[in-house]
Design a protein around this ligand. Structure first.
Ligand code: HEM
Length: 537
C-alpha cells in the first residue's frame, strides 16, 4: 500500500528535486508572475478583439501548441514503473558489474512495458510482442536491458529493421490496420523473409496476448558478454522470469477487452502497485564459455535462435521488485530513453548483427524524439552516478559547467576530467580478436530458418496448437492477396504440414504439397557440428 513504500532510494531522492506540487499555490506565468484571471483573454472592450499584449494568453496557448513530441517510432504505447533489483549471490567469477556483486545492495530500476506496432493510443491487448525495457541506475552508471517478452526476433540483421517495421505498421495508403498483424504487408514481409518463421510461431501463440505485464517473461534476445576483473568473458543471454508465472488471455477475451478496456494492462499494473501487490521478476542468465562458441548446431550470434534451456540452463541470479508508480507519465515514461548500448563495466556486446545495428539506432532516434543531445539530463534518464566530461551546450542544456576549459588534454588544470584506468572503474571493451574480409554475409547456419520453429511447434500441447492454428487463420484470413496467403501456407509447411494444411483450409487456398522435414523444405543445418551440452557453470 502507499504507506508501505520503502524509504527513498537514490533515484527517488534525485527525482524529488524536480517534483512540484501546484495544489493551492497562486497561479503564475512561466516567468513567475502571479495571474489574476484565467478565463477571459484581454480585450479591447467587452466585445472587442483580443489584444496581443496579453502575455498570459500568448504563453498559455503557445505552450499548449507545442505540447506533443513524436511518439516512439516503435513501442509507442507503453507504461513505466519504478522498482529495485537485488542480486542473490556475488557474480564476481563471471562479471565485475558492481550491481551483480553485493546481495545487500538495492539498485533502483525503471521498467517500461510496451506493445510494438500500435500507436500511443492503441489498445493494450492486441496480438503483438511486448517490450520489456529495464534501466538499472547502478553506481557505475546506467545499464539498460532493452528486451522483449519473446526470446527471438523476426530478422537477423539490423539493415532489415526499417523494412520490417514499414511492413508491420499500418499500410501507408490507408493507415490501416492500427495495431494488428492481420494485413497484407505484414504477411508479405514474413513470406519473403523466412528467417521470421521462428518468431512468428511465438507471435501466433498465446505468448503474444499476455494476461498481464506481471505475468510475462522478458528476454534480452541478443548474446551479450559478461567480463570479470581478470578480463575473462562468457557469452550470456538475459532472462526475466515472473514470480506469478506466465499466463495469457485467450483470443476472444483479448478482443473483447480491447473494446471494453483498452488500458487493461496498464490499469492492471498500476492497480497492483497501488494496492501493494508488487510484481516480482527473477533475473536469469544462460552462459557459454568463450571456448564453447562453436559447439552448437546454430550460431550463438543468431538472434532468431534460442539457446535451448536443456543444453544451457537458466540460472536465476537476482530479483527485481516493482513497487512505485510514476508521478507523471509524460515526464517519466514518455521521456525515458532506453538504449541497448548503455552498458556498465562487466557487461559487453557480442557481434550479433542485430545488436550491432541497434547500437546505432536508439540515440539517433532519441536525438529527434527528445529534442537534441541533452536528453540524458532529463530527470528520468539521469544516472545516479556522477557525470563529468567535456560535452557542452546544445538545446536544453541544464548543467552549468564551471571552469575555463572544456577540452582534453589541457594544462590549465582548472577543469579537466580525467579518464581512469580499469582498476578505477574505467570501461574497457573486451579485447575480442577480430579479423576478416569486409563482406555482406553471415555464417551458413543463419540460413536455417525452420529447425527451431519446428521445435517450438512440437513443444506445444494440443490446446496450444489449436490456438496457434486459430491465430493464423484469423490473421492470415484478413489478408486480401490470395498470393500472399498461399506463400504463407507454403512457408509454414516447412514448420509443420498439418499446421500449413489447417491454415490453408481456414483461409481458402491450396494445401501445401511439400512435407515439413523434406529435403525440399529449405532447411539447412549448420556445418554438421555436434551439439554439446555446456557444462554447468
Ligand atoms: C524501441 C530500434 C530491435 C526492443 C525502439 C526504438 C527504436 C528501436 C528506434 C524507439 C526508441 C525511442 O524512441 O526511445 C530498433 C532496431 C532494432 C530493434 C533498429 C533492430 C535492428 C529490437 C529488439 C528488441 C527491441 C530485438 C528486443 C530485444 C525495444 C524496446 C523498445 C524499443 C523494448 C521500447 C523501449 C522503451 O520502452 O522506451 N527500438 N529496435 N528492439 N525497442 Fe527496438
Amino acid at each position: 500500500k502507499k504507506g508501505q513504500q520503502p524509504h527513498k532510494d537514490m533515484k527517488d531522492s534525485q527525482l524529488e528535486e524536480f517534483r512540484v506540487s501546484d495544489a493551492g499555490e497562486p497561479m503564475t506565468t512561466n516567468q513567475g508572475v502571479r495571474i489574476s484571471e484565467d478565463e477571459h483573454s484581454l480585450k479591447a472592450g467587452a466585445r472587442g478583439p483580443t489584444l496581443m499584449e496579453d502575455f498570459h494568453f500568448r504563453e498559455k496557448l503557445t505552450h499548449f501548441d507545442h505540447e506533443r513530441i513524436p511518439e516512439r517510432v516503435v513501442h509507442a504505447r507503453g507504461f513505466g514503473v519504478h522498482g529495485y533489483f537485488q542480486v542473490y549471490k556475488p557474480m564476481t567469477k563471471y562479471t565485475k558489474a558492481k550491481f551483480l556483486q553485493d546481495p545487500s545492495i538495492k539498485t533502483p530500476v525503471f521498467v517500461r512495458f510496451s506493445t510494438v506496432a500500435g500507436s500511443r493510443g492503441s489498445a493494450d491487448t492486441v496480438r503483438d510482442a511486448r517490450g520489456f525495457a529495464t534501466k538499472f541506475y547502478t553506481e557505475d552508471g546506467n545499464f539498460d536491458l532493452v528486451g522483449n517478452n519473446i526470446p527471438v526476433f523476426f530478422i537477423q540483421d539490423a539493415l532489415k529493421f526499417p523494412d520490417l517495421v514499414h511492413a508491420f505498421k499500418p499500410e501507408p495508403h490507408n493507415e490501416m490496420p492500427q495495431a494488428s498483424t492481420a494485413h497484407d504487408t505484414h504477411w508479405d514481409f514474413i513470406a519473403n523473409n523466412t528467417e521470421s518463421a521462428h518468431m512468428v510461431m511465438w507471435t501466433m501463440s498465446d505468448r503474444a496476448i499476455p494476461r498481464s505485464y506481471r505475468m510475462m517473461e522478458g528476454f534480452g534476445v541478443h548474446t551479450f558478454r559478461f567480463v570479470n576483473d581478470k578480463g575473462e568473458a562468457h557469452f550470456v543471454k538475459f532472462h526475466w522470469k515472473p514470480l506469478l508465472g506466465v499466463h495469457s488471455l485467450v483470443w476472444d477475451e483479448a478482443q473483447k477487452i480491447a473494446g471494453k478496456d483498452p488500458d487493461f494492462h496498464r490499469r492492471d499494473l498500476w492497480e497492483a502497485i497501488e494496492t501493494g501487490n508488487y510484481p516480482e521478476f527473477e533475473f536469469g542468465v544462460q552462459m557459454i564459455r568463450e571456448d564453447e562458441e562453436f559447439n552448437f548446431d546454430f550460431d550463438i550470434l543468431d538472434p532468431t535462435k534460442i539457446w535451448p534451456e536443456e543444453l544451457i540452463p537458466v540460472q536465476r541470479i537476482g530479483k527485481m521488485t516493482l513497487n512505485r508508480n510514476v508521478d507523471n507519465v509524460f515526464a517519466e515514461t514518455e521521456q525515458a530513453a532506453f538504449h541497448v548500448g548503455n552498458v556498465v563495466p562487466g557487461i559487453d556486446f557480442s557481434n550479433d548483427p542485430l545488436l550491432q545495428g541497434r547500437l546505432f539506432s536508439y540515440t539517433d532516434t532519441q536525438l529527434i524524439r527528445l529534442g537534441g543531445p541533452n536528453f540524458h539530463e532529463i530527470p528520468i534518464n539521469r544516472p545516479v552516478a556522477e557525470v563529468h566530461n567535456n560535452q557542452r551546450e546544445g538545446y536544453h542544456r541544464m548543467t552549468i559547467n564551471r571552469g575555463q576549459t572544456s577540452y582534453h588534454k589541457n594544462s590549465l588544470g582548472n577543469n579537466d576530467p580525467r579518464p581512469v584506468s580499469q582498476l578505477d572503474g574505467g570501461y574497457a571493451h573486451y579485447q575480442e580478436k577480430v579479423e576478416g574480409r569486409k563482406v555482406r554475409a553471415r555464417s551458413d547456419s543463419f540460413k536455417d530458418h525452420y529447425t527451431q520453429a519446428k521445435l517450438f511447434w512440437n513443444s506445444m500441447s494440443d490446446v496450444e496448437k489449436q490456438h496457434i492454428i486459430k491465430a493464423f487463420r484469423f490473421e492470415v484470413g484478413k489478408v486480401r492477396s490470395k498470393s500472399v496467403q498461399q506463400q504463407v501456407v507454403d512457408m509454414f509447411a516447412n514448420v509443420d504440414l498439418t499446421l500449413a494444411e489447417e491454415i490453408a483450409l481456414g483461409v481458402g487456398v491450396t494445401p501445401p504439397k511439400a512435407k515439413a522435414g523434406d529435403e525440399a523444405s529449405g532447411t539447412t543445418m549448420a556445418g554438421g557440428a555436434e551439439t554439446k551440452a555446456s557444462p554447468a557453470l
